[in-house]
Each structure stands twice: as structure tokens, then as C-alpha cells.
Design a protein around this ligand. Structure first.
Ligand code: ADP
Ligand code: MG
Length: 676
């Protein structure tokens, strides 16, 4: 629509225009496209259909003059009899004594309120005298202007400008998806006359929002792949196969397929943007190592960035081991590297004496310059902040990027928020792994857990005990963990050794505890958070989580994965005395389900998409009406339609698709500008 300021319209006072502007509504388009937040339904219900104690609107004829009590005090009560569909009902309404003179025998009233159980009495919250007034009142929630006023303005503005509302969807698509034209949707949503109109309008708006969103994503993907800008990495396949052959185990089918997908991206002239998904312990690290090795065989360098120092150290050790015989130079860069060593590392990095750099976000500081960077891998990328992510992009947006995640991404988010990425999945764990036996118990059953721990330890295994945040204060958490630790020490005195690890320990102290646990000098490790124990201790088979209700589904499932690292039978105990029903349901779900994807879908429903990704993706779902969680069916449908449109490139030149193309292409250009 062409831009018309509301302040230019004669029927809008300067004051009203200013008020609207404060709510972000400055133009005709703004006004027509700011939708009601809800609709109050005053459709009249028949007496027989009205359910007692639920809010309904009824119509009737007044039978007597109203009587008022307490007219002068704060709470006035007015009552009168009404004939509602032949039933004589005593109606009560508070604080409307000023309407008394209007309520006389034979007057029609429309009442909104509730019947009592016997339907002999009706307590009204609203009363009107107009038989023909609107049944449905949209609620706009605009500060400083009543809903009636807004509705009146919308009616006028719509009448004057509706011809200018441009259709965004081609006719054939509207027919196919059974959608009403945009013009009509804008009328129905703002000035509705029936519930049917509202649902038609909502349907049209949701489809449009989700379709354009999917199209934008698919267009980005299309441009990345079909009009590539990037480097083609000519790796040495023979060397890669040799490297794989030398591994101490046979790769799983899913690992093999993921590697092929990654190699294919590396060779292709487009920028790789791939997500490698697999639960903790599914063997993503070795896939990452092979991908890095591939770029090295082509004379490039690779980088792998992880969210914590513990993980960086762990990857460093693993990679040193993997590449020991290959003459590959692996270096570690974290914020604890001293300045002198750092300078040396940076120099080597620049003149390509380092092949693989492993580290935390310290990798992507300004002065870190690679001689010839070919691949960036980020592990658990969603745990990095926005700024850090932007700086990865800054290192060269055309550089192939592999993201690894152990958090199963529900399909809804995979096709929407993450739709721009290709996805490789490792679903099957290395064949020797068993599912964790999970029990949800109360504190009163703790003996059972203690006995189980004793048995496992007798069999040579080890145990994690997680004591989560309970209070806001770190100090109190520490007291909790320390208390648990001390009790364990006492209980198992002379039987085994208990260790304690928490965020307040110095790095060397942490490392020492972890080392002792790793060497089985400690059999029970008490920790305030699982991040501290983010390492691979194959011998640990039991995970005990205290106050398990404090954790979300995905977190619980991840923690359970920590003890699933060998052929031994893993166990997980969720201990909680919560009486909160949703928490109980959550714990039961985790107890009964071991499929990370099933759990992820549930998690999405409970927590919503923003929460799912944390800082990074919140604000990535710009819908006025649509909802990624509750409108999953629509999303699936438009996803197919979006694919068809993008696959059929010639539609880009079809006049019916002009407007859609304009929307997605503008978005693409903005995105590109941001990256350049
Ligand atoms: P992730 O990074 O997905 O959490 P890791 O890569 O750390 O998992 O793998 C967990 C453990 O499984 C490691 O000790 C690794 O060496 C081992 N592993 C990986 N792939 C296989 C395989 N195909 N067969 C047997 N063990 C494997
Ligand atoms: Mg990993």
C-alpha cells in the first residue's frame, strides 16, 4: 500500500493520531494490519443452551422497574426480573444504578454474565439495550483509545483504503489452500460480524505468515546452493579412507552417512551450513575429526569451537589421540592460555603451522587470524551468545560451517527456525550401548538408590550425583551440595571415595577432581551442575539427579546420556518430592521415554520455541498470529507448498507470484547485506 499517514486524515483528530503513533501505529497500513488481541463474543445464547456458571450473553424483556440498594455507597446492587426465552429470571447487576430509569417493563435488554446453578438468577457484568448491536467486539488494547473508537476508525479507514490492499498470494494458491483474499481477511479480522469470519481471517493470516516465513528460509537455501559463493575443497579421499580405517572401531551407518553428506558439502562450491545432530555419546566427535582431516588433506586449516573450557580440553585430548600418527598439528586456545603462548599460537596459525585449532569463544577474537581457514565447527552452538555467533560469521561468511548439537531439535523447529541448515542425523548409537534404566523416586525411597550405588561400585563402576540449583544464591547451592557430599562421605565411609566439584573451585582443583574420577580414585562424584562434569568417563554407569523437577526434559535426557558411554547397563535415578503436577508429568515422561526426539517435541510444547534455543533464536519468530507450536499442521502444509514454489524457479517470473517474490528477495538482500 502506498504510505498514508493517519494524521493526514480529516476524521482522525491530531490527538487520536498522536495516541496511535505512541502504539506504533502511524500509517493507514499500520492501522489495518494491527490486529485485535482477542474477541469478546456477545452472540446471544438461548436460555436452554446456557450453561450455569459460565459467561454467556442472553437477551430478554424486562418485567418490572429495577430496584436499587446501596446507591450511594461504593457497591450498588440493582435487580429486576427479565423474561429470557419464556423463563422468568431475577437479574442482578452491580454499580449500574445510573441506568435505573431505563429499566422498565417491556424494555429489551442484552445481558452478559452467569446463571446460577438453578438458572433462576443471573448475575450480569454487562448490560446493553440495543437489539442490533455487534455480537462480537474485537479487543485492540491500544493505550488511550477505547475499543469502540478504534473499531469506528478502522471501519472508516477500511472503507476508504481497502482497494489499495495488495494481494500477496497468487489466486491458484488461495484456491488450493482454501484461503480468502487478503482484503477480505483484513476486514474480517478488524471488523468481524461472526465467528466464522474471524476464523477465516485468522486462517488466511496464519497461512500467509508461515508461508512467507518458509519461503524466505528456502530462498536463502536456494540462493546458497544454486547461486553458490564459496570454496570447493578438494580433499584427498584416499587419505580420508585410510584415516577412517585406522580408527579403533567401525563407524555406525549414521556416522558414515553423515560423513558422506559433509564431504559432499565440502567439495561443493557452496558454503556448507549443516547441523549434525546426535545424542550425547552418539559419536559426533569422530565425525568432526574426519571432516577436519578432510580439509587438511586439501591444504586448509580447521577450527572447532566449544562452549566450555572443560569440553575444549577434552576435545584437545581426543584429537591429539586421533591425529597422533597423522602429523597433524593440533593447538588449543582458551582464555586461560597465557599471553606469551597465545602470541606464539597466533603466529603459527597465521603461517599455517597449526592445522586444527580447538577452543572456546577465545578463538574468534579479532586478532585470531587463520592462514587458510576451510572449515569451522561449533559444538552445542545454541549455547553461544548472539555476539559470539556474529563474530564467527565475521571470520568469513563463506567458510563452510558445521554445527553439532546433542539437543534433539523437534521437527517443527528443524523445518522452520533451522530450515536454512541441512541436517545430518546420528540416530543409532554405537551398537554396544544400552538404554538407561530410569527410575523416578521420592526421597523416602533413597535407601533403594544408596543400595544400588553400592552394588554398582562393588562391580567396579562409578556414580554421578547432581545437586541442582535450588536457591537463587550460589552460596546456598554450594551448601546443599556440600551437605549431600558430607552425608555420602559418612554413609560410604570405608567403602568408597566421594568427590565434590562445583563452580567455585579453582581450575586446577576441578581438573584434579575430574582426573581422580577419571582414574577411578573417586567412585562417587557430587556436582552442582552437569556442565562441570562434561567429560567422557566410560566407567560411570549411574546418574542420580536430586530435585530432578528443577530440570527441563531435554536437560534430564542429556544428563542421562552421560552414563551411556559403554557396553555396561546404565541407570538413572530422578529423585523429587515435588507435588506440582506438570513437574510430575515431566519426570514420568522422562522415566518412560528414551527417544530424545519424542522428548524434544514434548519439551517444545511445554516451553515454546523461544525458550528452546535460548538467547540466539528468541525473537526469530516474527508472527502476529501464527504459532510454531500450535500451528504445526499449517507449518507442515506450507512447507510442502514452499518447496514446490522454490523448486519451480519459473514461478519467480510469474506475475501472480510477484508480490511473494518481492517479499522473499528483499529479505534475502537484507540478509546478505548484513553478512557482507
Ligand atoms: P558425542 O560427541 O556425540 O557426545 P563422542 O564422539 O564423544 O560422542 O563419542 C562417545 C564415545 O563413543 C567415544 O568414546 C567414542 O570414541 C566412541 N565411539 C564413537 N563412535 C563409535 C563407534 N562407531 N563405535 C564404537 N564407539 C564409538
Ligand atoms: Mg560431543
Amino acid at each position: 500500500m502506498k504510505e498514508v499517514l493517519l494524521s493526514e486524515l480529516e476524521y482522525i483528530t491530531p490527538k487520536a493520531a498522536a495516541t496511535l503513533k505512541k502504539s506504533g501505529i502511524a500509517t493507514v497500513e499500520d492501522l489495518l494490519f494491527s490486529f485485535p488481541t482477542k474477541f469478546d463474543d456477545y452472540t446471544i445464547v438461548k436460555y436452554d443452551d446456557a450453561i450455569p456458571n459460565t459467561t454467556v450473553t442472553v437477551g430478554g424483556v424486562v418485567q418490572n422497574k429495577a430496584t436499587v440498594t446501596n446507591a450511594r455507597t461504593k457497591l450498588s446492587i440493582m435487580s429486576f426480573f427479565v423474561d429470557i426465552d419464556g423463563a422468568k429470571v431475577r437479574c442482578t447487576i452491580f454499580n449500574r444504578h445510573f441506568l435505573k430509569s431505563k429499566i422498565n417493563y417491556g424494555v429489551y435488554v442484552r445481558l452478559t454474565g452467569k446463571f446460577n446453578d438453578l438458572k433462576k438468577g443471573f448475575t450480569a457484568s454487562e448490560i446493553s439495550f440495543n437489539e442490533f448491536s455487534n455480537n462480537i467486539n474485537p479487543v485492540f488494547n491500544i493505550k488511550g483509545l477505547s475499543d469502540e473508537k478504534i473499531l469506528e476508525l478502522k471501519e472508516k479507514v477500511y472503507d476508504d483504503f481497502f482497494t489499495e490492499i495488495e494481494e500477496t498470494l497468487p489466486k491458484e494458491l488461495m484456491q488450493k489452500l482454501n484461503l480468502i483474499p487478503l482484503k477480505r481477511a483484513i476486514k474480517y479480522i478488524n471488523i468481524p460480524e461472526s465467528n466464522e469470519e474471524i476464523s477465516k481471517a485468522i486462517r488466511r493470516i496464519k497461512y500467509e505468515e508461515l508461508l512467507t516465513y518458509q519461503l524466505k528460509i528456502k530462498y536463502l537455501l536456494y540462493m546458497r546452493k544454486c547461486h553458490p559463493q564459496g570454496v570447493s575443497i578438494n580433499y584427498n579421499r584416499e587419505k580420508i579412507d585410510e584415516f577412517i580405517h585406522l580408527l579403533p572401531f567401525e563407524l555406525t551407518i549414521d556416522q558414515k552417512r553423515s560423513i558422506e553428506e559433509i564431504l559432499n558439502d565440502l567439495k561443493a562450491p557452496y558454503k556448507m551450513n549443516r547441523l549434525l545432530q546426535g545424542e550425547v555419546g552418539s559419536g559426533k566427535t569422530v565425525v568432526a575429526a574426519i571432516a577436519l582431516y578432510a580439509v587438511i588433506t586439501a591444504g586448509y586449516q580447521g577450527a572447532i569451537m566449544v562452549p566450555t573450557e572443560v569440553l575444549a580440553n577434552q576435545h584437545y585430548a581426543t584429537f591429539k589421540y586421533f591425529f597422533g600418527k597423522e602429523g597433524v598439528n593440533v593447538a588449543l586456545l582458551t582464555s586461560s592460555v597465557n599471553p606469551k603462548d597465545r602470541i606464539a599460537i597466533l603466529a603459527k596459525l597465521k603461517n599455517r603451522e597449526i592445522d586444527i585449532l580447538i577452543g572456546t569463544h577465545a578463538l574468534f577474537q579479532k586478532d585470531v587470524e587463520f592462514g587458510k581457514l576451510g572449515l569451522v565447527i561449533t559444538d552445542e552452538e545454541h549455547r553461544f551468545g548472539v555476539r559470539q555467533r556474529v563474530s564467527i560469521v565475521g571470520k568469513g561468511y563463506l567458510i563452510d560451517h558445521l554445527k553439532m548439537s546433542a539437543t534433539p531439535i523437534p521437527r517443527t523447529l528443524a523445518i522452520s527456525v533451522l530450515g536454512e541448515s541441512d541436517i545430518s542425523m546420528i540416530k543409532t548409537l554405537p551398537s554396544n550401548r544400552k538404554e538407561a534404566i530410569t527410575r523416578y523416586l521420592k526421597y523416602s525411597d533413597r535407601r533403594e538408590v544408596f543400595d544400588h550405588m553400592r552394588k554398582e561400585i562393588e562391580n567396579g563402576h562409578q556414580v554421578y550425583v547432581i545437586v541442582p540449583m535450588i536457591e537463587e544464591s550460589e552460596a546456598i547451592d554450594l551448601i546443599n551440595a556440600t551437605e549431600v557430599y558430607e552425608r555420602m562421605v559418612k554413609y560410604y565411609e570405608g567403602f568408597c571415595t566421594v568427590g565434590l566439584i562445583h563452580s567455585r573451585l579453582k581450575k586446577e582443583e576441578k581438573d584434579q577432581v575430574m582426573k581422580d574420577f577419571n582414574d577411578n580414585k573417586i567412585q562417587i562424584l557430587v556436582s552442582t551442575s552437569v556442565i562441570e562434569v562434561g567429560v567422557n568417563v566410560i566407567n560411570a554407569t549411574t546418574m542420580v539427579i536430586l530435585n530432578a523437577d528443577r530440570f527441563g526434559i531435554a536437560q534430564l535426557h542429556q544428563m542421562r546420556g552421560r552414563v551411556r558411554r559403554s557396553e555396561f547397563q546404565p541407570y538413572c535415578f530422578l529423585i523429587s518430592d515435588t507435588t506440582n503436577q506438570p513437574s510430575i508429568d515431566r519426570l514420568k515422561l522422562v522415566e518412560e521415554n528414551s527417544d530424545g526426539f519424542v522428548l524434544a517435541e514434548e519439551d517444545l510444547i511445554i516451553r515454546g520455541p523461544g525458550d528452546f534455543f535460548g538467547e540466539k533464536q528468541s525473537g526469530m519468530v516474527p508472527f502476529k498470529m501464527a504459532n510454531l507450536v500450535t500451528d504445526r499442521d499449517i507449518l507442515e502444509e506450507v512447507n510442502v507448498v514452499a518447496d514446490e514454489i522454490i523448486d519451480n524457479e519459473k514461478l519467480f517470473n510469474d506475475p501472480g507470484y510477484n508480490k511473494l517474490y518481492e517479499i522473499v528477495d528483499t529479505n534475502y538482500k537484507n540478509n546478505k547485506e548484513m553478512l557482507d
